[in-house]
Design a protein around this ligand. Structure first.
Ligand code: G3I
Length: 333
């Protein structure tokens, strides 16, 4: 009997497991689609549902790439995690000048959410409604939305998403808030206030973009505990664990960074396994996603030079020790 992929093991536990996906390799690289089909029952469009790609001019939406991803997911029995309806990054150039007053900005935000979340109301199961709204010190990040609308932009976005996509789970998503630090405290207070005034908010996403330092799992567990205590579902939304490739500055004779070592891959596996195992202890844990299915298309080497090998499959789609660690945790009774 063939070894089950991660999705089969996750489904047996009533969980989603998945990865972010880009429309271009989905169209060009058959092995990419095959790996996604085998391992994932949940997909997140990496960029194609963000404001810039999906709403390139004031009057025009471009749903072509998002549609392709949603259709691929539907054809293969996968759920979709939409990303994202309000963020400070990857916004189209027309947005800042057009959102020139509070009323104008609210109108644009509501219209966009109605159009995008509305289009996928039957197809997108989870939405990152607001992404990365909190700064490192726990205060609201200074974004276009905060500046033009004020702190109630979050409430406006969640209510608009609930109206457009009443069946979707609505999530707040952020990075660097896995342990109980100042940012996590700020997010906790923010989400508690939103829930107190009846905002339709169902879950919290921990991105888990980690380095080889990993995360303090005891602190992560305490943090999950308090968010679960608010009645929120828990999501790991974007995990990767970037490894230094060789000694910094050291390269192969060809000038490329040196590969990860068996030791560093083993260490990475322990980090992946620890995060998943910590989450599995919570009954409201819903989904475990990595930011890419394989190292081939990971954002990490472009963003953090000299690091990479951050995902559970390598750039040839071969499973790494991290994959085995996830498999083992999902298979455990
Ligand atoms: O689409 C253009 C393409 O036309 C052009 O040829 C190319 C040349 O550089 O750029 C392409 O756009 C890039 C896009 O990725 C698609 O590859 C953007 O420049 C680049 O900025 C963008 O980076 C994305 C990044 O978000 C932007 O902030 C990464 O792919 C994506 O992985 C990353 O994802 C974020 C999550 O949304 C939120 N959490 C953090 C995570 C990692 O930063």
């Amino acid at each position: 009997m063939a070894t089950p992929g991660l999705r089969e093991l996750a489904a047996a536990r009533g969980l989603w497991v998945g990865a972010c996906v880009a429309a271009r390799p989905l169209a060009d690289d058959p092995e990419y689609g095959e790996a996604l089909r085998r391992e994932c029952n949940l997909l997140t469009p990496e960029n194609d549902m963000k404001w810039g790609p999906i709403h390139p001019t004031r009057e025009r939406y471009d749903f072509s790439r998002a549609d392709a991803i949603v259709q691929f997911a539907a054809a293969h029995g996968m759920a979709v995690h939409g990303h994202t309806l309000a963020w400070h990054n990857q916004n189209p150039e027309w947005l800042a000048p057009a959102a020139d007053s509070r009323a104008g900005a609210i109108g644009i935000l509501r219209e966009h959410i109605a159009a995008v979340a509305g289009r996928y109301a039957e197809r997108v199961d989870v939405w990152d409604v607001v992404n990365e709204a909190v700064a490192g010190d726990g205060t609201l990040r200074g974004t276009l939305w905060l500046e033009r609308i004020g702190p109630d932009y979050l409430e406006i976005a969640f209510r608009a998403a609930a109206a457009a996509a009443p069946r979707a789970r609505l999530v707040y998503n952020d990075f660097g808030a896995e342990p109980t630090n100042a940012k996590a405290d700020g997010i906790y207070q923010l989400l508690r206030r939103l829930l107190d005034v009846g905002v339709p908010l169902h879950g919290v996403g921990f991105q888990c973009h980690l380095t080889d330092k990993g995360v303090d799992l005891e602190s992560f567990a305490r943090n999950l505990e308090r968010f679960a205590g608010l009645g929120l579902e828990l999501y790991v939304t974007e995990m990767d664990v970037r490894l230094p490739l060789g000694t910094p500055g050291q390269t192969s004779a060809l000038g490329t960074p040196l590969p990860a070592t068996p030791e560093s891959l083993g260490h990475q596996a322990a980090i992946y396994g620890g995060v998943l195992e910590t989450c599995l202890a919570f009954p409201t844990f819903r989904a475990f996603q990595t930011w890419g299915i394989a190292d081939r298309y990971s954002w990490i080497p472009r963003r953090f030079a000299g690091t990479g090998a951050a995902l559970p499959l390598d750039d040839q789609y071969h499973p790494k020790p991290a994959y085995a660690a996830l498999h083992e945790r999902l298979a455990a009774a």
